[in-house]
Design a protein around this ligand. Structure first.
Ligand code: 8YV
Length: 315
């Protein structure tokens, strides 16, 4: 059976690398010292790109592969793939939705609890001897019974909202339109109005040019000095400069972030801020989920080359 030539944009866990290399001829873009020269050399033979949500495939990479037929994304977010370039040539695109939804929602809720109850600081309070030396840990804010806003009630936002019912939180959401699958939660079209009535604001919408900086100075100010902003989507959905200004001045109470502009290189202003929880883009980062994602990447590629329907098509 033909082993098609595939460009692998970023590393996968070993349990994915082995079957991928058994099924295909893999060219490891991320290992290349001179990536432009590498693309010029292998690009003409590439039939598929295997990438990751945060790495995607830009126009230059796509155009370097004139025989490219399909891009398989390890992740639900495909915002880093140049879809316009794919549409121009009829290149298919797949992602890995559903298999990661619950893990991402779990971590978002955990980030809310951790930040509101000050658990990172509490761990330090024990370990550095403050408990014995200074006494009781400073009081934090409750979670149960307060108000949560969900910005983007897609798969992940819905699972977050479902989980919040267990904490008796008053849930409202904002999206392009009210969702018939969410009759129990208040729909608020305007993100500023949603933030103004929320103590916790979850950013869970799929990133696109249309959502860039949807959480801007106005939304952040509306969430206010008692509010907590939780981002498990993409950094591009938030105006990071405005967020940093608000965190530094106290105009925003705190934030819990799993994604950052330029990650893994963060804006250094984040590092010393006491009112932000920093997480390394690991919302889907469990063994079970990453194995399911990797299999879905391979199964989409295999389906394409077998002339069968793609399992999870985006384009
Ligand atoms: C992925 C993500 O796990 O799903 C996405 O789009 O951002 C993450 O959940 C990550 O992209 C894998 O590298």
């Amino acid at each position: 059976m033909t082993r098609h030539q595939i460009l692998q944009v970023g590393p996968y866990p070993e349990w994915d690398e082995v079957p991928l290399n058994e099924a295909f001829v893999i060219h490891r873009y991320f290992d290349a010292a001179d990536k432009s020269a590498f693309l010029a050399s292998v690009g003409p033979s590439i039939r598929a790109i295997a990438t990751r949500g945060e790495l995607g495939a830009n126009r230059a990479m796509i155009e370097a592969c004139p025989s490219l037929e399909v891009i398989s994304v390890y992740g639900v977010g495909f915002d880093a793939v140049d879809l316009a370039a794919c549409r121009e040539r009829g290149i298919r695109v797949t992602n890995t939705p559903d298999v990661l939804t619950n893990d991402v929602a779990d971590l978002g809720v955990a980030m809310m609890l951790c930040q509101s109850r000050g658990m990172i600081g509490a761990e330090t309070w024990v370990r550095d001897g403050s408990w014995a030396a200074k006494g009781l840990y400073p009081l934090k804010r409750r979670v149960w019974g307060r108000r949560a806003g969900i910005l983007g009630l897609g798969r992940i936002g819905f699972e977050v909202a479902k989980r919040l019912k267990g904490f008796d939180l008053e849930v409202a959401y904002s999206d392009v339109a009210a969702k018939d699958y969410a009759p129990d939660w208040e729909f608020i079209a305007d993100p500023v109005a949603l933030a103004a009535r929320s103590d916790f604001l979850f950013v869970t919408l799929a990133a696109s040019t249309a959502t860039r900086h949807i959480v801007g100075r106005d939304v952040i100010a509306a969430l206010g000095p008692e509010g907590i902003l939780i981002n498990i989507s993409r950094a591009s959905n938030i105006d990071e400069a405005a967020l940093l200004d608000a965190l530094e001045t106290g105009a925003l109470g705190s934030a819990a972030l799993d994604v950052f502009e330029g990650e893994p290189a963060l804006n250094p202003r984040f590092i010393d801020l006491p009112n932000v929880l920093l997480q390394p883009h690991h919302a889907s980062g469990t063994i079970e989920t990453r194995k399911a994602m990797g299999k879905l990447v391979r199964d989409n590629l295999s389906a394409h080359f077998a002339g069968q329907p793609l399992l999870t098509p985006v384009l």
